[in-house]
Design a protein around this ligand. Structure first.
Ligand SMILES: Nc1ncnc2c1ncn2[C@@H]1O[C@H](COP(=O)(O)OP(=O)(O)O)[C@@H](O)[C@H]1O
Ligand SMILES: [Mg+2]
Length: 382
């Protein structure tokens, strides 16, 4: 089957010229002369690649690119720009919002364009070229204080050790006040709340990178939730899904600490996660509350095999056995993290990874094992 291309250009002679050149080259070619029509055709016909002009009768081509790149359905779509705009600002902006190649419109540009189309189509479909890069893992619990943050940051650390070249981001989504920052020894005024208030059309990779930390000594980056309750109250909820779609294209792993906030904010992200790690502790009230959470996720058609249940023994005394928990929650436990007395708190107070401070302890091995499980989930063939 020939590759399917869609040409988007407001100029009729250009459409004709490209249509004949690209059809002659053996591709199945469609055209659209406006952005909104292009979007309809992309939705209906799922082309492999679009060739896009930036000046369209109904607006800026880059707005279309932003929409496409924020939508996981089009993660595999190739986007080549063919534009008369030659300033480096525009070119840089285009590449930053997710354009694969930028070809200058001039006589003879069809040769360069064809070479780029051929090169793009020959790329291995590694889940996707520039779109869907990474996977989201959500960490949550029915109650606070069960160790969600401890498990999340130390699993992220284990993951960074297992896969040193992976780009890993940890996002604090515990509102009104999370603990990722202090637990990692990282402090910043740049939060996801502030990011959610940026003008929609300016949220691209470059801007997001200004909000994300440098590579921390933990081996990953972090994005803080909110610094205080009044800030948290100003979160622009409608922007959260697009932000996570963008994060997913920027990092190999996005680990999200949702704490016990199962809400309209967290649900869409949880539902689009490769797996959700639900932390329980072996006491009756937490187990019962977790059951409610799991049943709720089930009503949302969340597949049970996308839930990884972790028993974290934050207390020395065990009130319920593994079997009790599994029976009550109707799910097998993926792992049990042993009670580590005050060591976890000591590690967190010192803002260092637990397994570095107490390498001889079994809890580190269990958390490394959890990291390995995440690696295997929806693994993208490279
Ligand atoms: N396996 C464990 N053994 C002992 N203490 C733990 C363990 N896991 C977590 N803790 C401690 O439990 C407390 C709550 O952990 P935290 O990660 O902040 O929970 P959450 O994010 O669910 O509120 C912290 O003081 C932490 O050090
Ligand atoms: Mg927490």
């Amino acid at each position: 089957m020939p590759a399917r291309l869609l040409i988007v250009d407001g100029d009729a002679p250009t459409l004709l010229w490209l249509h004949s050149k690209l059809s002659d080259a053996g591709y199945a070619v469609e055209t659209a002369h406006r952005g909104d029509l292009a979007l309809q055709k992309i939705e209906a016909e799922a082309p492999d690649l679009i060739v896009l002009d930036l000046v369209l009768p109904d607006g800026n081509g880059l707005d279309l690119v932003r929409r496409l790149r924020a939508d996981p359905r089009f993660a595999a779509l190739g986007i080549l720009v063919l534009s008369g705009q030659t300033d480096s600002d525009t070119i840089t902006r285009a590449l930053n919002v997710g354009v694969d190649h930028y070809v200058l419109k001039r006589p003879g540009a069809d040769v360069e364009l064809l070479a780029n189309i051929r090169a793009w189509l020959a790329l291995p479909k590694k889940g996707v070229s520039s779109g869907e890069r990474g996977r989201i893992f959500s960490f949550c619990s029915a109650k606070g204080g069960v160790g969600t943050t401890s498990v999340c940051i130390n699993t992220a650390y284990a993951l960074a050790k297992l896969e040193p070249r992976a780009e890993i981001l940890i996002v604090d989504m515990v509102f009104p006040i999370g603990s990722i920052g202090p637990s990692l020894g990282y402090d910043s005024r740049k939060t996801i709340v502030k990011l959610s208030q940026e003008p929609e059309n300016q949220v691209d990779r470059i801007l997001v990178e200004k909000y994300v930390s440098q590579l921390l000594k933990w081996g990953f980056r972090a994005l803080i939730g909110a610094n205080d309750p009044s800030e948290a109250g100003t979160l622009e909820v409608s922007r959260i899904v697009p932000i996570f779609s963008l994060l997913k294209t920027m990092y190999d792993y996005v680990l999200v600490d949702f704490g016990r906030t199962l809400s309209r904010i967290s649900l869409p992200i949880i539902e689009s996660s490769s797996a959700t790690i639900v932390i329980v502790t072996p006491d009756i009230s937490t187990v019962k509350a977790s059951r409610v959470i799991l049943e709720f996720l089930e009503t949302r058609n969340m597949d049970r095999n996308r839930i990884i249940l972790i028993n974290n023994r934050t207390v020395g005394r065990v009130w319920t056995t593994t079997e009790d928990i599994e029976r009550e929650l109707k799910l097998p436990l993926a792992a049990t993290v042993p009670y580590v007395v005050e060591y976890m708190t000591m590690a967190i107070n010192a803002a260092v990874p637990f397994m570095d401070k107490f390498p001889e302890h079994a809890a580190g091995i269990v958390l490394t094992d959890l990291a390995r499980r995440l690696q295997e989930r929806d693994r993208v063939k490279k």
